[in-house]
Design a protein around this ligand. Structure first.
Ligand code: NAD
Ligand code: ZN
Ligand code: ZN
Length: 352
């Protein structure tokens, strides 16, 4: 089968021929219906030096996957050939209390994980190939009816990651609260929809691309504006008493977006950094509102993935996708890098 592989750090991925995977005991091979192209893959191609991460290339890209069960390893029960499934992407040790709850992204024993902090597409072979080996059947979440694997794929990361970030801030997102989404790409456009579907917050979106701002408005943002210097005043003016936003979700994570986030967050608010552009946010007593909580988040739990899939099946989340065959996956990444892609690119290696 053909697979899009990252062969070395600081390089473009290549389409190569690989043998089809065979499931070992407890493992499952899926035929990949959809594999989303995530901006993190661009970071993988360009930002990392050898030795910086606990794993290294070569591996097949694609950490946002859904497909159909193809082959079951010895001892796997509860799944049947042909069944549509989404892959919960972060693969922890499987034995620590967090993994047992499905909170693999924050595994307590990552040294015992097959690719510490990663999974298929992040250190191990991912979904940009016709077939993908899933190292443990517990990483598969059956799709609800009315949701097919191509539509489900982006929900496994572009949906799940913002869902977790929004969900942890639900108590601060009461009616008349304000949420700001910075960066309306693959993750951000679903963040807007998740806020709309699960809270009554006022939603403000920030992006430099007119197309992204249009997408945000189409999906329920009350205000969408570019990250100009005036943005701070405009965002504050849109909140009651000019007090600022209760929750800011930064899907970029540069010095500039973090500074904007800090300036528009009101006392007791949340600043959640999801984007990994590598910026920093200097914090001092006077630089940020009282009791503002700042955190990074990584992906989401298996239970949260089931919830996101349910929102997708009910039509409350509608990923805006552009489909690419595997041969054109490199083009999808190029368009993401140059900013001419709107929403998510989904590669369809094994869709028939
Ligand atoms: P994307 O390329 O689809 O979207 C990024 C969006 O941000 C684009 O619309 C772009 O125009 C906009 N943007 C860029 N710079 C901006 C700026 N200065 N101000 C306002 N908008 C700006 O990317 P994506 O796949 O949605 O990923 C977003 C980020 O999240 C990436 O850094 C990615 O690596 C990261 N990520 C993190 C996690 C996690 O678990 N923490 C998971 C997935 C992706
Ligand atoms: Zn990702
Ligand atoms: Zn664990």
């Amino acid at each position: 089968m053909r697979a899009l592989r990252l062969q070395a750090w600081k390089s473009e991925p290549e389409l190569v021929e690989l043998p089809e995977p065979v499931p070992g005991p407890g493992q499952v091979v899926i035929r990949v219906g959809g594999a989303g192209a995530c901006h993190s893959d661009l970071h993988l191609m360009h930002d990392f030096e050898p030795g910086q991460l606990p794993w290294q290339p070569p591996f097949t890209l694609g950490h946002e996957n859904a497909g159909w069960v193809h082959a079951l390893g010895e001892g796997v029960t509860g799944l049947t050939a042909g069944q549509p499934v989404a892959v919960h992407g972060p693969w922890g040790c499987g034995r620590c209390p967090r993994c047992r709850l499905g909170v693999d992204p924050y595994c307590d024993d990552i040294a015992a994980a097959p690719a510490p902090g990663g999974g298929g597409g992040l250190g191990l072979d991912g979904g940009m190939a016709e077939y993908m080996l899933v190292r443990d059947a517990r990483h598969l979440v059956p799709l609800p009816e009315r949701l097919d694997p191509v539509a489900a794929a982006p929900l496994a990361d572009a949906g799940l990651t913002p869902y977790h970030a929004v969900r942890r801030s639900w108590p601060k997102l009461a009616p008349d609260s304000t949420a700001v989404v910075i960066g309306v790409g693959g993750l951000g456009h679903l963040a807007v929809q998740i806020l709309k579907a699960t809270t009554a917050a006022r939603i403000i979106a920030v992006d430099m691309r007119a197309e992204a701002l249009r997408l945000a408005r189409d999906h329920g943002a009350d205000l969408a504006l570019p990250p100009e210097p005036e943005a701070v005043g405009e965002i504050r003016a849109a909140t009651p008493g000019g007090r600022g936003a209760d929750v800011v979700l930064d899907f970029v994570g540069s010095d500039n977006t973090l500074a904007l986030a800090a300036q528009v967050t009101r006392t007791l608010g949340d600043v959640t950094i999801v984007g990994i552009a590598g910026g920093t946010l200097p914090i001092s007593f006077f630089s940020i509102g009282y009791e503002v909580s700042v955190q990074t988040t990584y992906w989401g739990s298996r239970g949260e993935l089931a919830e996101v899939l349910e929102l997708g099946a009910r039509g409350l989340l509608r990923p805006h996708v552009t489909l690419f065959p595997l041969e054109r996956a490199v083009e999808a990444y190029r368009r993401m890098a140059e900013g001419t892609l709107t929403g998510r690119a989904v590669i369809t290696p094994g869709a028939r």
